[in-house]
Design a protein. Structure first.
Ligand SMILES: C[S@@+](CC[C@H](N)C(=O)[O-])C[C@H]1O[C@@H](n2cnc3c(N)ncnc32)[C@H](O)[C@@H]1O
Length: 234
């Protein structure tokens, strides 16, 4: 389904996350052996949040990143936005969810004023959007001058001795878990496909720079299959 473009791709992604919303959190923990929690915490640390920061989480899903930011920085104002109702509904039932503002919104056309946010973050969003440059432009627009952007996403495995093992995990273990736990192998075939067809960590960093972000950097995690990116708006 990664060949789909524009609205067709967005509709496919939205309906897929709608189907798996009830099992999304559990599958994330299983697929990453709980490591996704550490990557989110690392991203939050790198954002150097001031206590009362206004943070927008785009593609927030069930709120893993947004809820963790609010937990670590109780005085911050955290907005969790996503275009899949089912994901947001699951998120709104989680502990601490009442302290976060939930918004249904498309990441490529955010309903927020320009320059309103101190931080704009995303977790595993960019791989799914039909237009990465436009999504990054929107994040840039919403940030105030001096604000920071941060993203975690999967990146294609590099060509080294680990690659066969990573491909086995991507193409065999993940669809198996998807079928077993969510009853939806197709959704968990999309994940490896979209990972392999996504931008490399270097290319994604270049896309952040092209959107205007400065001091763009990234770190790889999970044997190079996860990229944590950051940058700021001058
Ligand atoms: C892999 S989930 C990640 C959820 C959460 N950020 C996390 O870290 O677990 C991707 C989320 O991005 C959302 N998404 C994908 N494309 C989107 C778009 N164009 N606008 C808003 N949300 C989008 C999906 O609905 C889904 O909830």
């Amino acid at each position: 389904m990664t060949h789909l473009k524009g609205n067709q791709r967005a509709a496919y992604v939205q309906s897929m996350f709608g189907r798996i919303a009830h099992r999304y959190d559990l599958l994330n923990r299983l697929m990453t052996v709980g490591q996704d929690i550490r990557w989110r915490r690392e991203l939050i640390r790198r954002l150097n949040l001031s206590p009362e920061a206004l943070v927008i989480d785009t593609g927030a899903g069930t709120g893993d990143l947004a809820l963790e930011i609010k937990r670590k920085h109780p005085q911050s104002v955290v907005v969790a936005s996503d275009f899949t109702y089912e994901m947001v509904l699951v998120g709104k039932q989680r502990p601490g969810a009442h302290a976060v503002h939930w918004v249904i919104a498309d990441a490529i056309n955010l309903p927020f004023a320009s320059g309103c946010a101190d931080r704009v973050v995303s977790g595993f969003l960019l791989r799914n959007v039909p237009d990465v440059p436009r999504t990054l432009d929107e994040q840039y627009r919403c940030l105030r001058s001096g604000g920071q952007v941060g993203s975690i996403d999967t990146t294609p495995p590099r060509d080294n001795w680990l690659r066969p093992f990573l491909e086995f995990h991507l193409h065999t273990v993940i669809p198996f878990l998807g079928r077993l736990v969510a009853g939806d192998a197709e959704a968990y075939t999309y994940l490896p496909d979209s990972t392999e067809k996504f931008l490399t960590a270097e290319h994604l960093a270049a896309a952040f720079s092209a959107a205007g972000f400065k001091a763009v950097g990234f770190a790889r995690r999970m044997f190079g299959t996860i990229g944590i990116h950051w940058g700021h708006k001058d």
